[in-house]
Ligand binder design. Structure first.
Ligand code: FEO
Length: 385
């Protein structure tokens, strides 16, 4: 697939995968992107997942007509992009593997110190000339591993952005970039907002006309939209003024309270309200939604003097990703000793700039007039009335 006269796509689609990184459902598969720059010197950027090395090498062969590439540029050592390094080095022994100090340390650990014989180590800001095309290396530690670097090609004005600006889903699938990129972002690099901010600052100094990530489509239009989303996500600012209600319920009474709150919010004119049963929905999407909306409501039964397990997993998913800058409200249920609000507030105590709603709701087994009134009061507070 040609992106430009001299830049081709040689990556692969994975429709067989069940869980990306062993945990994320990807109903539309994944792509592992690899690009080929043909110039006086030919460079391949990154490899693919282990199951697709044969297909990837065939793609390179086909595009080069059997000629050997001169370079393999490694931006990231996670195995979904690096598994083919050894096979590449064996097939093209004259080719030089381009990385950085941390990349080569990881490559040696994965493949053994003898696997890469020809290596070229880059530092921040170093350049590699291929002829008309020149790559400048931009280090991006913790986006998403410590060795990650991006590269900027100054003739076509392309940023090879490693995992940055990637998304779940194979190429050619018809799904909204924002939703699957948000789920991917908060799943994969949500914890590392400060590091993403640092890279965005470096990228702001570059004139970028296309972004070539390691997953998902090449971005060529409306780049400001994607960059603005990344800026918002990585600075932990909400994307939408609205309410996300996440609940875990055993016999349906807590679910009923959560749904009553959603109805009350809509009655009061709050249009952006989303609600999810944590036991029956995608946890990565729920975590992404908590970051998407400005307000979060946590509704759960009390369970073993704690919260229900799905709620515990959800809150852990937020705190380990530096959840901050939000309003959080609570609904608890308990037939004999409701303590869930206290437990949830304790779990969120380390999060920065979180304000707890004043109006908490306590359901005693089932919603009654008193708790229904509390729900109405909470809706009013969340709507700013
Ligand atoms: Fe797509 Fe961090 O690897």
């Amino acid at each position: 697939m040609a992106l430009y006269d001299n830049i081709k796509y040689v990556g692969v689609n994975d429709h067989a995968i069940d869980l990306f990184e062993g945990q994320y459902t990807v109903k539309d598969g994944m792509s592992y992107n690899s690009y080929l720059i043909t110039d006086e010197k030919c460079a391949v950027t990154d490899t693919v997942d282990a199951y697709f090395i044969g297909e990837w090498l065939e793609n390179i062969d086909r595009e080069l007509g059997g000629k050997a590439p001169d370079y393999l540029i490694v931006h990231h050592m996670e195995p979904d992009h690096s598994a083919g390094i050894k096979a590449f080095a064996e097939k093209y022994p004259s080719a030089v593997i381009v990385g950085n100090k941390k990349i080569f340390a990881m490559a040696d650990a994965f493949f053994g110190a003898d696997a890469i014989k020809n290596r070229l180590e880059m530092n921040e800001g170093d350049t590699l000339s291929l002829g008309e095309h020149t790559l400048t290396f931009v280090f991006a530690p913790m986006v998403h591993w410590p060795e990650v670097m991006m590269s900027y090609e100054s003739t076509e004005k392309i940023l090879f952005s490693a995992d940055g600006f990637g998304k779940f889903g194979a190429l050619g699938t018809d799904e909204k970039w924002d939703d699957e990129a948000r789920r991917y972002y908060f799943g994969i690099v949500g914890k590392y907002g400060a590091q993403v901010q640092a890279v965005l600052k470096k990228a702001a100094a570059l004139e970028i006309e296309a972004i070539c990530p390691l997953h998902g489509p090449v971005l060529t239009e409306n780049l400001g939209h994607y960059i603005a989303l990344y800026d918002k996500w990585s600075s932990y600012q909400p994307e939408t003024d609205g309410v996300f209600i996440a609940y875990s319920s055993v016999y349906g009474h807590t679910a009923k309270a959560a749904k009553m709150l959603a109805d009350e919010l809509k009655k009061l004119g709050c249009e952006s309200v989303e609600i999810a049963d944590l036991a029956r929905s995608d946890m990565a999407e729920n975590i992404a939604n908590a970051f998407k909306y400005s307000k979060l409501v946590l509704a759960t039964v009390t369970y073993n003097s704690d919260v229900f397990p799905h709620m515990r997993t959800f809150i852990d998913g937020l705190t380990e990703r530096s959840f901050k800058n939000r309003t959080v409200a609570f609904i608890e249920n308990g037939s004999w000793a409701p303590v869930a609000v206290k437990v949830m507030q304790k779990k969120l105590a380390e999060c920065k700039n979180i304000s707890f709603a004043q109006a908490a709701v306590t359901v005693r087994s089932a919603v009654n007039d008193a708790s229904a009134e509390q729900i109405k009061n909470l809706a009013k507070e969340l709507c700013g009335e």
